[in-house]
Design a protein around this ligand. Structure first.
Ligand code: APR
Length: 263
């Protein structure tokens, strides 16, 4: 009896352009809580207001002061982000890229763990907590590059206002990242969904777009998600356990010459 892992491995190797879409679940085994469902931050603290960005624009100094002295969910989240390390799920995705199997990785996570694991082709649709961004010219800076003596800080390039690179509720997704996500999604005939409830748009729309064009969806999640009904294969388990097994299965098939890596 072929296992779901083997079916998923065969489907991935039969696909021409595999793109990954990850959410908070891929980083749970790195000690960062998800937002929804069991153990979710929003489950405990409640969803933050949907107009976070408008509140930032109304009083950027106050928002920056809160960000530098965080309370509530922010304090817990920021503390875990500072110390988190990649887990076997992040490492497996980086190796799938290196093998030429995973063409691009779209992540909703701002935790920088895919990059830390060695993934290169990464689009961080909700930004990166270790970076700052100018809201006028979209220039991005490492945190240490910008003085926070005067709040809000301003862009050394264009003078625009600088905020954290992470995308707030109510904030438009930066166009440079959005374009990459849409471009990669438009080429994809198989999307590997890992640890996302597929609740938040525009990210949740990408797998639907792949499906609409006749592509396949594989999800990795211990629980059912909003996309389970349209997934070709659901690997029901933790990402840190399932993805290394999927990687091993694919490597065995490649070794046996059952398939060629796409590139
Ligand atoms: N491995 C894989 N998946 C897991 C694991 C695990 N170890 N633990 C939990 N999950 C799953 C949950 O079952 C859930 O389906 O991860 C998913 C996490 O869903 P959310 O918490 O809703 O996270 P995400 O989909 O990334 O949320 C999208 O919402 O709040 C905003 O900006 C925030 O980027 C975030 C966006």
């Amino acid at each position: 009896m072929e296992t779901d892992i083997e079916r998923a491995g065969r489907l991935i190797l039969a696909s021409k352009y595999v793109v990954g879409l990850t959410g908070a679940g891929v980083s749970v085994e790195s000690g960062i809580r998800p937002f929804r469902g069991p153990g979710g931050l929003w489950t405990e603290y409640g969803e933050p207001p949907m107009d976070g960005y408008q509140r930032f624009l109304a009083n950027p100094k106050a928002d920056w002061e809160q960000r530098l002295k965080p309370g509530g969910y922010r304090r817990e989240l920021f503390e875990t982000l500072e110390v988190a390390e990649p887990n076997p799920a992040h490492n497996a995705l980086a190796e799938l890229e290196e093998l030429g199997i995973l063409r691009y990785l779209i992540t909703q996570n701002m935790d920088n763990l895919h990059r830390a694991a060695g993934s290169k082709k990464v689009a961080e649709i909700h930004g990166n907590f270790s970076k700052l961004r100018c809201i006028q010219c979209s220039s991005r800076y490492e945190r240490g590059e910008i003085s926070l003596e005067t709040l809000p800080p301003h862009c050394p390039r264009c003078g625009g206002m600088i905020k954290a690179d992470t995308v707030m509720f109510g904030e438009p997704i930066p166009l440079d990242v959005l374009r990459i996500c849409e471009e990669e999604t438009s080429q994809s005939d198989c999307m590997l969904l890992v640890g996302t409830s597929a609740f938040v748009y525009p990210a949740a729309g990408f797998p639907q777009e792949v499906k609409r064009r006749g592509g396949a969806l594989i999800e990795v999640d211990p629980y059912e998600t909003g996309l389970t009904p349209v997934c070709n294969i659901s690997l029901r388990g933790k990402a840190g356990e399932m993805l290394p097994r999927l990687l091993d299965c694919i490597k065995v098939k490649l070794h046996r010459g059952e398939a060629e890596p796409p590139i």
